[in-house]
Design a protein around this ligand. Structure first.
Ligand code: ATR
Length: 281
């Protein structure tokens, strides 16, 4: 039977996920479809899910604004998704719906693929700017992939403290205000920007100013509209290496596809294609 895969969310008409997953189906030689299943916030959510169950979906991605709401309709939830209290991937197995969250691991895979040397360092120092849902997933995945210094900078300190509580015994986390972080940027090997500051239509903004970076440092921005944010432009001006946010889209999708089909899709060249699509629209 061909795979019947879907994306649930609102609004999702401009999502890149159908393009990505159709490409994965092609590349792995698996028969199937990936289609939009938009649920308007005014619709009856439960009734829509029942309809989805009847359509015998094999799995779906779930995005804003339903990543938390879906949890009470699942039969099982994986540990990472439970810790995140957010699900972006559901697989239907023997009539049961099981929820996962591939955002954090997708981010780590994207970064490892672009800069493998980072994770070979024994004294890697990481700073995450922002403490929302995206920062949470990334912090959790980095902590579990063995990183030991993961500092946080956020406008609201209490939100950073909540994230720091997700660390393991091995992880050390200092919490900074945004202006304090600005003064210590040059001590990090990896700086990850996770706030919405700098996203279109406010692409002239950046959450802070980069004046100096450590040699070989990488600055990563999870914003992908625009692809090259103001912060990444600043990083380049002081000879920093940069990492683009759209690659996270590809790798979180790769991980979801693997959960549904057991096949690891090859994403080679897809980041350039995705960049062109995003820049062209
Ligand atoms: P997401 O789930 O996409 O990460 P979110 O949970 O709304 O989105 O988190 C947004 C993050 O961007 C938060 O860390 C937020 O800071 P606060 O915790 O202080 O709210 C940060 N953010 C948003 N707008 C900001 C701004 N103008 N300046 C600084 N930080 C901002």
């Amino acid at each position: 039977m061909p795979y019947n895969l879907k994306l649930i969310g609102y609004p999702i008409k401009h999502s890149m996920s159908p393009w990505i997953h159709k490409e994965f189906l092609k590349r792995t030689g698996i028969e199937g479809s990936y289609s939009l299943f938009e649920i308007n916030p005014e619709d009856d959510f439960e009734a829509k899910l029942l309809q989805l169950k009847k359509e015998q979906t094999d799995g779906f991605n779930i995005t804003v604004p339903y990543k938390e709401k879906i949890i009470s309709y699942l039969d099982e939830i994986d540990e990472t998704a439970r810790e995140m209290q957010a699900v972006n991937t559901v697989v239907a197995k023997n009539g049961k719906w099981i929820g996962y969250n591939t955002d954090g691991i997708g981010y780590v895979r994207a970064l490892t693929s672009a800069y493998p040397r980072l994770f070979q360092m024994t004294d890697l120092k990481i700073l995450i700017i922002g403490s929302g849902g995206a920062a949470r997933g990334i912090y959790y995945a980095l902590a579990r992939s063995g990183s030991e210094v993961i500092d946080l900078a956020n406008r609201t300190r209490s939100k950073a403290e909540e994230i720091a509580a997700l660390g393991t015994d091995k992880v050390n986390t200092e919490i900074y205000s945004i202006s304090e972080a600005e003064g210590v940027l040059a001590s990090y090997d990896l700086i990850i920007q996770t706030t919405s500051v700098g996203m279109m239509p406010n692409e002239e903004q950046a959450p802070l100013t980069i004046r100096e970076l450590k040699e070989d440092a990488v600055v990563s921005d999870i914003i992908y509209q625009p692809i090259k944010t103001k912060l990444l432009q600043q990083a380049e001006q002081v000879n920093g290496n940069i990492h683009f946010g759209h690659t996270m889209l590809l790798y979180q999708a790769q991980s979801a596809f693997e959960i549904w089909t057991g096949k690891l899709a090859n994403v080679t060249d897809m980041d350039t294609q995705l960049q062109q699509i995003l820049e062209g629209r």
